[in-house]
Design a protein around this ligand. Structure first.
Ligand code: NAP
Length: 294
């Protein structure tokens, strides 16, 4: 049975499942460049939105070997792709091959979204705003709070760029001292409220803890720090998009927890808008993600 027109739809899971992209001679292609990319949940959320909106677009993954990144970026122009997402390990290395970047990318130094405007490739980073949206949609306010980010990689820079505009105090911890100090210096230059945590042996003056390390990606990964330090009413967030050892331990201690699924969703919503100029149906994308989760 064909789907009802967009304005009559209820946004239920059945409709999301029922819709599928249809390929025509005019279909605009959006890609994902990464290595590897097979595990990605992005195709399911973007294709669900394209289908739901009856847009002649499709989203596909491209496993781009690191030594072929320049060629792959050139192919965005040659093949007239509408744009791409960029993921590990290309987020930083892609920048020199682009024609321009947004203000947040100039600061963060990493790109996750590229739009192709008649051959002019502009890079954006929607990870940080995606994280902020994921907090606000569940009513977590960070204004005036004391926040600790563990892990000082690209995700920390993206999230820290937006968090530092709101929080009272942002602290950064990383096992790599040089990387930690560099991020603290850069983020601290924005609003003067960022300091370094040299040893993670207490959390007594922290309201929100954020795991921005890859620890938790594997089922067998331990928590990135000693969870005995956690206590109510701390809020514990993980950028990994499912519940991790850290979040499970935090829940047991009565902390409020948030995984990275909302961040994944909202960085995607923002990217979709950058490529198409259309605000996509976030609930359809969320349901598609939940259905596809391993
Ligand atoms: P990254 O560049 O590898 O940075 C992680 C940093 O954490 C590295 O400096 C790493 O140091 C450090 N680290 C590792 N274990 C640690 C520990 N126990 N304590 C303190 N620091 C530790 O990774 P990233 O690109 O920033 O990504 C971080 C996480 O965010 C990943 O899990 C990624 O999947 C997630 N993420 C989620 C979304 C989303 O949409 N939900 C978006 C972006 C990223 P070493 O390099 O020395 O190990």
């Amino acid at each position: 049975m064909p789907l009802p027109p967009y304005h009559e739809r209820t946004g239920n899971a059945h409709e999301a499942q029922e819709a599928s992209v249809k390929i025509s001679g005019k279909t605009k292609v959006i890609g994902l460049f990464g290595y590897p990319v097979e595990h990605s949940l992005s195709p399911c959320m973007h294709n669900a939105a394209f289908a739901y909106l009856n847009m002649d677009y499709c989203y596909v993954t491209f496993p781009v070997r690191p030594d072929l990144l320049a060629d792959a970026v050139q192919s965005i122009r040659a093949l007239r792709l509408g744009g791409v997402n960029i993921t590990i390990p290309h987020k930083e290395k892609v920048i020199p091959f682009l024609d321009g970047v947004s203000e947040e990318v100039s600061f963060i130094g990493a790109v996750n979204t590229v739009v192709n405007n008649n051959g002019f490739l502009r890079g954006y980073n929607t990870d940080g705003r995606g994280f902020m949206e994921s907090l606000s949609e569940v009513g977590i306010r960070c204004e005036g709070r004391r926040v600790l980010i563990i892990g000082a990689g690209g995700a920390c820079r993206a999230v820290g760029y937006y968090l530092s505009q709101k929080v009272a105090h942002l602290r950064i911890f990383d096992i790599d001292e040089q990387r930690r100090e560099k991020v603290v210096k850069d983020l601290g230059s924005l609003h003067g409220n960022v300091t370094s945590l040299k040893k993670l042996d207490t959390l007594h003056d922290v309201d929100i803890v954020i795991n921005a390390t890859p620890l938790g990606l594997k089922d067998t990964d331990p928590s990135p720090f000693n969870t005995d330090l956690l206590s109510e009413p701390m809020i514990v967030c993980d950028l990994i998009y499912r519940d991790t050892a850290l979040l499970n331990a935090a829940s047991e201690k009565g902390c409020r927890v948030l995984n990275g699924l909302g961040m994944l969703l909202h960085q995607g919503v923002l990217a979709f808008e950058i490529w198409t100029g259309i605000r996509p149906p976030a609930e359809i994308m969320r349901k598609a993600l939940q259905t596809a989760l391993p």
